[in-house]
Design a binder for this molecule. Structure first.
Ligand code: HEM
Ligand code: HEM
Length: 179
């Protein structure tokens, strides 16, 4: 198996953003799916935690993009070929787009319901008038954006595992700490 030096890997901050956000997205997605299975009395508090963690994803996203701006990834293996290079770039752009679209639509959804967010120490009320005509389709959009995000992330993870176990190159190690 290929052995990588530090300069072939994503830096520690990029790795931190990558894995923290991947874990949070998995948790927030699972919480979204669980909402309907809960008793009505527990729903509001549970959705609130879903929203707070979703907002944490948004905050991390801002930091991640800022960091990415100044810290380019290590150069790609030239033997990968144009097809893999292009599909992986496209996939990453799609992930970045869905990682911001999903929580932003979630935020719009809750505001169009006329509800705010409870930060426990303080509350943020909805800044806009409630509209069921908008919030209903917005919920569908939020749901489909979340499915697209997690679906694409699953393909992306499968690609990383293909690199590791089938092609046996160092692509997965680029996102892992040096041993
Ligand atoms: C990457 C981040 C997020 C993911 C992956 C995600 C995922 C989901 C999923 C899968 C559902 C269930 C949809 C359904 O079955 O109809 C859901 C529901 C919901 N999400 Fe998110 N979400 C995220 C962020 C947010 C944020 C930031 C907010 C608001 C600030 C939010 C607000 C909501 C609301 C209000 C619901 C509807 C809950 C209900 O049934 O009443 N989400 N989310
Ligand atoms: C919600 C889950 C995930 C999301 C949103 C996500 C997102 C991303 C993004 C946007 C990049 C591009 C980084 C950049 O160049 O700026 C990336 C790279 C990478 N991800 Fe993920 N990822 C997720 C889960 C995973 C998982 C589960 C694995 C491993 C099984 C993985 C392995 C990798 C690897 C190896 C790279 C580096 C690819 C390269 O060298 O070009 N990711 N990921």
């Amino acid at each position: 198996m290929t052995s990588l030096t530090t300069t072939d890997r994503y830096d520690a901050v990029s790795r931190f953003f990558h894995w923290t956000m991947a874990g949070l997205i998995a948790v927030v997605f699972a919480m979204g799916l669980l909402v309907d299975a809960l008793p009505r009395s527990a729903e509001a508090a549970f959705v609130n935690v879903h929203m707070l963690l979703g907002l944490l994803i948004l905050a991390l996203y801002a930091g991640r993009i800022g960091w990415r701006w100044r810290h380019k990834p290590p150069p790609a293996d030239p033997t990968l070929g144009r097809f893999i290079d292009a599909t992986s770039r496209l996939g990453h752009i799609g992930l970045y787009a869905l990682m911001i679209a999903t929580p932003l639509v979630g935020l719009a959804l809750i505001f169009f319901r006329g509800r705010g967010i409870d930060f426990y120490a303080f509350q943020i009320p909805s800044p806009i008038a409630a509209s069921r005509a908008v919030s209903r389709p917005m919920k569908e959009v939020h749901e489909w954006a979340a499915y697209a995000l997690v679906g694409l992330a699953a393909l992306h993870a499968a690609a990383a595992l293909w690199h590791h176990f089938v092609r046996r190159d160092g692509v997965l190690q680029r996102m892992l700490p040096a041993r």
